[in-house]
Design a binder for this molecule. Structure first.
Ligand code: ADP
Ligand code: ZN
Length: 615
């Protein structure tokens, strides 16, 4: 139902009131007082009806009168009497009497004063009425609150997304094809006494296409799709969330077979009674409502709930019990092949030049999610559009990539020559160590153009590897610390520019000790036990389920690993001092150089005794 805007009503009422007060539209034409006066004095006026500040005049016979809008023949008109409290006109009535004009006085319009007197009463009445309605509708108000929102749940009766639109994720699709089958042919399963699963949990980092997959399931099954983000259930009032859940499930059941998609289920599905601040009433009630709705599905109603999270480890176990979200589908960041496929999906309907090397872009975008890749394609298209090109070229992709990974070029940042030198040697330190050590990511380019917050950067094309050897990890640490080692060796002072490097290196070293048993003290042990998939790694550092003593040993191990890597970095940059100078000079003149420049500089030196460096 369309609600009528209350302001519209108020405006209408005001308009009508104004009309009443003014005595309506139109009326007799206005004639200037001076003309009226001369007509009066020449004896043409028959009668006058006076009101407070105007007079309605009737003439003895129609007269041609000049008005501002043109001449008119009138026998009746009105005129404004120029009188107010300051200059009362006392001459009119004597003149009327002298000319024997019949005159009378019109009673004043009663409406304005009546309204002014009535207004407070009306306001009071309205106020009481409002209070009364509120009091009466108290309970149902909350219900309505729950329902208004429910209407806004993204409900789509016809979803056009199919599995074709989802690139990669073959395994996930494979699992979800089953769900499509349940929705399409429930009878097949019911007939042999199988229970149709009620919930599927899609687990993965943001932007990997969980929503897209859920939508594709609905599209494939030709079922209506109800999407909601779990955080939308939450309101200030306890009970609203539960009411919204109820409405949502009711609607879905009416439309069955249907898909309900709950995004960010972890925001309400966290372990109950856990965490700081204790239980959250509203959250728990909402969660309970979801659980009881899922339990309450009768066996034949084919409503399937898909829920997305990237934190399955913090979900309440009640959610994961059989009959609820008992199926989990992991959706990881796309690998090289999948990235290529995703790029192809998103460049499908765009004019892309033949020079664009999609596999190359895929290689340069490791750790990009599907959403990131989509954004990249769009940024490239924007770049091309800005230059009024008719096709998107490879350079546009490169520029877009730089913009996304590094932010815009920061031309307002002024760097002194001395700082520039320090930055050049710092980046050369990363670049040369990367070019020398085997098993590190392939150096693509090095730049000392300030972008966003970064003063300089070395870019790598990471190789996709499932297993990381200890040597490879150690070499990565050497490269990460190469910047600082170069500063120390060639500039003499050390700068704050290595903060990010240290953070990255420490994170790797910690995982080596805690997860991968690569520390000296813990060689066969994972201390960060019960950690889910790798993308949850960032929480490891905070989770200390071991003793102070163990923590100390961990710290020792981490420190030892980092110190050793740093020593190797220093040895390397000094050993390759010639190449360091060459690369730094090239950076200072060109600001951006390719990986080949660095590799050439390194190759010129006599084959270094790499084996002697502990590789
Ligand atoms: P999530 O729900 O996991 O956060 P979305 O499903 O909202 O991610 O993904 C955002 C967008 O990224 C999608 O609309 C889609 O355009 C794009 N995308 C993500 N993954 C893929 C994929 N595998 N294939 C094609 N497009 C994808
Ligand atoms: Zn650095």
């Amino acid at each position: 139902m369309n609600r009528i805007n209350p302001w519209l009503i108020i405006l209408l009422v005001l308009g009508v009131l104004l009309l009443v007060v003014n005595g309506g539209f139109g009326g007799a034409p206005q004639v200037p007082y001076s003309q009226f006066q001369s007509m009066l004095e020449s004896g043409q006026v028959q009668s006058v009806v006076l009101s407070s500040n105007s007079a309605n005049v009737t003439l003895k016979s129609p007269q041609q009168i000049n008005l501002p809008g043109g001449a008119q023949t009138l026998s009746q008109f009105s005129t404004l009497i120029p009188s107010n409290a300051a200059i009362p006109d006392t001459s009119l009535i004597p003149t009327l009497e002298k000319e024997h004009v019949q005159f009378s006085v019109q009673p004043p319009n009663p409406w304005p004063s009546l309204l002014i007197n009535l207004l407070p009463v009306l306001l009071l009445l309205g106020f009481f009425y409002w209070i009364f309605m509120r009091a009466q509708g108290g309970q149902s108000q909350v219900m309505q609150f729950g329902q208004t929102r429910a209407r806004r749940f993204g409900k789509e009766n016809k979803v056009s997304t199919t599995f074709q639109d989802v690139a990669g994720h073959e395994e996930a699709k494979h699992e979800l094809v089953e769900v499509v089958d349940f929705l399409k042919y429930p009878q097949r399963y019911l007939a042999i006494g199988a229970e149709i699963p009620k919930g599927v949990l899609l687990v993965g980092p943001p932007g990997t296409g969980k929503t897209l997959l859920a939508r594709a399931v609905a599209g494939e099954a030709d079922a209506p799709f109800f999407a909601v983000s779990a955080s939308e259930f939450m309101e200030m009032f306890v009970g609203v969330g539960a009411s919204r859940v109820r409405t949502l499930f009711e609607e879905a059941r009416k439309a069955a077979p249907a898909i309900i998609f709950i995004d960010e289920i972890d925001s309400i599905g966290r372990k109950r009674g856990a965490g700081i601040g204790g239980g959250h009433d509203e959250r728990e009630q909402t969660l309970n409502q979801i659980l009881s709705e899922m339990d309450g599905f009768d066996k034949s109603s084919s409503v399937i709930v898909l829920a997305a999270t990237n934190r399955p480890d913090i979900l309440d176990s009640a959610l994961l019990r059989p009959g609820r979200f008992d199926r989990q589908v992991t959706i990881d960041l796309p690998n090289l092949k999948e990235r290529e496929a995703i790029l192809r999906v998103h460049t499908r309907n765009k004019p892309v030049s033949a020079s664009v090397d999609i596999p190359e872009i895929a290689r340069a975008t490791s750790y990009f999610s599907g959403a990131d890749l989509k954004n990249l394609v769009n940024e490239a298209a924007l770049e091309a559009g800005r230059k009024v090109k008719s096709v998107i070229e490879m350079t546009d992709f490169y520029r877009a990539l730089d913009k996304i990974t590094l932010g815009l070029e920061n031309s307002s940042l002024t760097v002194t020559d001395q700082e520039k030198r320090a930055i050049a040697y710092h980046e050369a330190g990363h670049a040369v160590t990367a070019a020398v050590l085997p098993g590190t990511d392939r150096l693509q380019k090095v730049s000392i153009i300030p972008r966003g917050r970064a003063l300089g950067a070395a870019f790598y094309l990471p190789e996709e590897q499932v297993l990381m050897s200890k040597e490879r990890l150690e070499n990565q640490l050497v490269v990460a610390l190469g910047g600082r080692a170069a500063e120390e060796s060639f500039i003499g002072t050390i700068t704050s520019g290595a903060a990010d490097d240290f953070r990255k290196a420490t994170q790797i070293a910690k995982r080596m000790v805690l997860e991968w048993g690569m520390g000296d003290n813990f060689q066969h042990m994972a201390l960060g036990s019960d950690t889910g998939p790798v993308f949850l790694g960032e929480d490891l550092a905070h989770r200390k389920d071991f003793s102070e003593h163990t923590a100390q040993l961990v710290d020792e191990d981490v420190k030892r690993i980092l110190d050793k890597a740093y020593q190797r970095s220093r040895t390397l940059v000094q050993q390759y001092a010639q190449a360091m100078h060459e690369v730094a000079e090239a950076l200072l003149t060109h600001e951006l150089i390719t990986g080949d420049v660095v590799r050439n500089a390194v190759a010129k030196l006599t084959p270094a005794p790499i084996g002697g460096l502990g590789v």
